[in-house]
Ligand binder design. Structure first.
Ligand SMILES: NC(=O)c1ccc[n+]([C@@H]2O[C@H](COP(=O)([O-])OP(=O)(O)OC[C@H]3O[C@@H](n4cnc5c(N)ncnc54)[C@H](OP(=O)(O)O)[C@@H]3O)[C@@H](O)[C@H]2O)c1
Length: 345
C-alpha cells in the first residue's frame, strides 16, 4: 500500500501540530491544508517549511480537487459534525480533534454517517492517554497494583491564555466543560477501565476570568462499579497550576496510585512510596495517536479511541453539561439509549 494521503482541516494552533506529526511519518503525506484565510495558510506553510503543499479554501473544494485518503479535523468543535459527515461522504477516513462534537444530537449524526461507511475508520484524538505517565498509571491499575479502586480524585488548574481564531473559545458558554474537560472524562474511563454511570456537575465563572463563559467546573461522577470520582478543574488558575492531566489520586483496597505535579506516578500504602516509571513515547502523544489511526486503516482493526468508544466519554461530558444546566444528577446511559444500534461491530 502506498503512502496515506492526509488532508488537514485547520491551519491554527493544533492543525499545525498535526501537520508536523504527519510530516514526520514516512508512510504518510500531507494531501493539503484547508483554511479560509490565505494569510494563515501562508504562515503555516512558512512556519513548517511546507511550501509545496496545496491549500484549499473549503472542505468542498478539497474534496473536489485533492486526492486524499483521510482527513484530520483540527477545526473548532462547532464545526466537527458537518466536517466529519462531509468527509465520510467523500469516502475519507477521519481522525478528529476532541471533543467529538457539541451535543448528543451531533454525535448521533456522526454515528449515523459512520454506520453508512463502515469501511472507514473514525477516531477521536484523546492524546492525554498516550503520555508516559498516563500509560504507566493505567498499566498499574490493570495489573492490580492497588486492587479494586473505590475513589478517584482529579484536580486540574491551568492558566490558558492562548487566544483562538475569531475567539471561538473565548466566546463559548461552557469553555471549560466543552473544550477542556473531555480530556479528563476520557482519562477516567481509560485509567479505571470502568464506565460512567451518573454525574452531578456545576460550572462557574471566576470573577477575574478572561473567558465570557464558565471557565471552571466541579463534578462528582459515579462509575458503574460504584467507584466515586471527585473532579474539579479550571482554565483561569492564578498560581499552583497542575499539569494538563491534573493531579490524580486513585485509592484501592491494596494502596493508592498518585500522579503528581511533576508528572510522576507513585504507588503508596505498601511500605515506602514506590515510583512507577513512565512508558517511553518517543514519537509523542500525537505521534502515537496517528500511528493507531494509520494501523487501523491498514489492518481493519479498530483504534483504541474509535468513535464507538469515544462516544461514551463524550456522553459523560454532555451529561455533565446537562447536569450543570439543570442542577440535577444525570445518568449517562440515558443519553445513549440507541447506541447499540448505531455502534459499529
Ligand atoms: N488534543 C489537544 O490537546 C488539543 C489542543 C488544542 C486544541 N485542540 C482542538 O483542536 C481544534 C482546533 O483548535 P485550535 O486551538 O487549533 O484552534 P485555532 O488555533 O483557533 O484554529 C482554528 C482553525 O479552524 C479554522 N476555522 C474555520 N472556521 C472557523 C470558524 N468559524 N471560527 C474559528 N476558526 C475557524 C481557523 O481559521 P481559518 O479557516 O481562517 O484558517 C483555524 O485554521 C479544537 O477542536 C480544539 O478543541 C486539541
Amino acid at each position: 500500500m502506498g503512502r496515506l494521503r492526509i488532508m488537514v482541516c485547520g491551519a491554527g494552533f493544533f492543525g499545525r501540530k498535526w501537520l508536523e506529526v504527519i510530516r514526520a511519518r514516512p508512510d504518510c503525506e500531507i494531501a493539503g491544508i484547508v483554511s479560509r484565510t490565505p494569510a494563515r495558510l501562508d504562515e503555516a506553510r512558512r512556519e513548517l517549511g511546507l511550501d509545496g503543499v496545496a491549500g484549499y479554501a473549503s472542505l468542498d473544494e478539497a474534496v473536489a480537487r485533492a486526492h486524499a485518503d483521510a482527513v484530520v479535523v483540527a477545526l473548532p468543535q462547532m464545526l466537527h459534525r458537518e466536517t466529519i459527515v462531509r468527509a465520510l461522504r467523500a469516502g475519507w477516513h477521519v481522525l478528529t480533534e476532541k471533543p467529538l462534537a457539541m451535543t448528543m444530537d451531533e454525535a448521533r449524526a456522526i454515528l449515523d454517517a459512520s454506520c453508512a461507511r463502515r469501511d472507514r475508520v473514525v477516531m477521536v484524538n484523546q492524546n492525554f492517554r498516550w503520555r508516559p505517565h498516563t500509560l504507566a498509571f493505567a498499566r498499574g491499575v490493570r495489573e492490580g497494583l492497588i486492587g479494586r479502586p473505590a475513589h478517584l480524585m482529579l484536580e486540574c488548574r491551568q492558566q490558558i491564555r492562548r487566544t483562538t481564531v475569531e475567539a471561538w473559545r473565548e466566546r463559548m458558554v461552557e469553555p471549560y466543560l466543552l473544550d477542556f474537560s473531555i480530556h479528563h472524562f476520557d482519562l477516567l474511563r481509560y485509567l479505571t477501565g470502568d464506565e460512567p454511570h451518573e454525574v452531578v456537575a456545576m460550572s462557574f465563572r471566576p470573577s477575574w476570568s478572561w473567558f465570557a463563559g464558565n471557565s471552571a467546573a466541579a463534578a462528582i461522577v459515579t462509575m458503574a462499579s460504584g467507584l466515586v470520582v471527585s473532579y474539579t478543574g479550571m482554565m483561569v488558575a492564578q498560581g499552583l497550576e497542575t499539569p494538563q492531566e491534573g493531579l490524580i489520586t486513585l485509592t484501592g483496597e491494596l494502596g493508592t496510585l498518585h500522579l503528581d505535579g511533576a508528572s510522576c506516578v507513585s504507588l503508596l500504602g505498601q511500605g515506602e512510596p514506590r515510583p512507577i516509571p513512565g512508558e517511553p513515547v518517543p514519537e509523542s502523544d500525537l505521534g502515537r495517536g496517528l500511528a493507531q489511526f494509520v494501523d487501523a486503516i491498514r489492518t481493519g482493526r479498530q483504534p483504541e479511541t474509535h468513535l464507538g468508544d469515544n462516544v461514551r466519554s463524550f456522553a459523560l461530558l454532555i451529561a455533565a453539561v446537562e447536569s450543570a444546566r439543570a442542577r440535577r444528577a444525570v445518568r449517562v446511559d440515558d443519553l445513549l439509549p440507541d447506541l447499540a444500534r448505531r455502534e459499529r461491530p
